[in-house]
Ligand binder design. Structure first.
Ligand code: UDP
Length: 335
């Protein structure tokens, strides 16, 4: 029997595999018996996220920025593209690179998928809906994005990446699928990436005031990373190709103030609240309509926010003790 016949798993490339969601995806794919090639530039991904995998016989790490073309000298069955800075302060830090990662980077990976005959999954985002006028957001809502604002590098970049995926699909060149990922949280979020969940937990653990941007009445819907990874794998595997984007997220909707109250209740010694200015173009409401995912993928999230926060708080507590971990939350300046 040759090596190919002996192989039970698939050969899967995960771009952004050292990132928050990407590293959990690598874990799950390896646990299922696949070979995983993790590609990451480490711009926002962290080596510590994948350190436990580096000695795994079926894991390979390639440090590479997808804005440059990539050659892989072995067959590939699947490519997941999760490579892009994803928190507002991080993707706005180098907006031109963010846009190029979405457009040039996605095109490079689609061309790689075409060459290898690999199935492709693009990590898109609820940001394609902008500041939505329809609530909750179904996939056929076309969105309300300010194409010249500070979030445009990400929102419009991800919209362009979706357009590329559907063009490759319509042209019969790549079996491409698009997941629209809503706010996701869990262990391995970076303490300083400026997101609400990591900010609030780290501020609470340090007994610093929790930073509420604007009125605190804006809403988000938070999905635990393990539920998200299950959804991504289900979308990659489903047959036939849905030929349409699929929302993945947890429909439980919370205001920013409600989340702050929950975190303060769960972290003894948490500080008070402090107001900060509302960032420009910050969406006022966000909640996924997940009927398509339920129907096509038989997928839905199972972890409630209090349950998932417990796990996330425990992880940040543990990582606080590790040398070299960035502990401070990143928050906007005082008004
Ligand atoms: N936010 C906040 N305090 C923080 C960080 C974020 O009030 O310290 C708010 C932010 O203005 C937004 C929501 O929380 O309304 C979610 O922000 P995040 O950056 O996590 O993700 P987004 O969904 O905006 O990409």
């Amino acid at each position: 029997m040759d090596a190919i016949n002996k192989r039970v798993g698939k050969r899967i490339l995960v771009a952004g595999g050292a990132g928050f969601i990407g590293s959990h995806l690598c874990d799950a794919l390896l646990a299922d018996g696949n070979r995983v090639i993790c590609v990451d530039s480490f711009l926002t991904g962290a080596r510590s996220n994948i350190a436990p995998l580096e000695n795994h016989p079926d894991f390979q790490l390639i440090q590479h920025d997808i804005c440059a073309q990539l050659k892989i000298n072995e067959p590939l069955d699947e490519i997941y593209n999760l490579a892009c800075a994803a928190s507002p302060p991080r993707y706005q830090a180098d907006p031109i690179h963010t846009m190029m990662t979405c457009v040039v980077g996605t095109n490079n990976l689609l061309a790689l998928a075409r060459k290898h005959g690999a199935r492709f999954l693009q990590a898109s985002t609820s940001e394609v809906y902008g500041d939505p006028e329809t609530h909750p957001q179904p996939e056929d809502y076309l969105g309300h994005v300010n194409c010249t604002g500070p979030r445009a590098c990400y929102d419009e970049g991800k919209r362009a990446a979706e357009a590329l995926c559907f063009d490759y699909l319509r042209l019969g060149q790549v079996d491409a699928r698009v997941a629209r990922i809503f706010n996701t949280y869990g262990p391995r979020m970076q303490a300083d990436d400026g997101r609400i969940v990591s900010n609030f937990i780290n501020q609470a653990l340090q007994s610093e005031p929790l930073t509420i941007y604007g009125t605190g009445r804006q809403t988000r819907s938070f999905c635990h990373v393990s539920d998200m990874v299950a959804g991504l794998i289900a979308l990659m595997g489903v047959m036939p190709n849905p030929k349409a984007p699929v929302n993945l997220g947890n429909p439980g909707e919370f205001t920013v103030s409600e989340l702050a109250a929950l975190v303060r209740k769960m972290v003894p010694g948490a500080g008070t609240l402090v107001r900060r200015p509302m960032p420009q173009d910050d969406p006022r409401r966000r909640r996924p309509d997940i009927r398509r995912a339920k129907k096509l993928l038989k997928w839905q999230p199972h972890i409630s926010l209090p349950e998932g926060l417990e796990d996330t708080i425990a992880w940040f507590r543990l990582s606080e003790d590790k040398p070299g971990r960035k502990r401070r939350a990143w928050a906007t300046e005082t008004a």
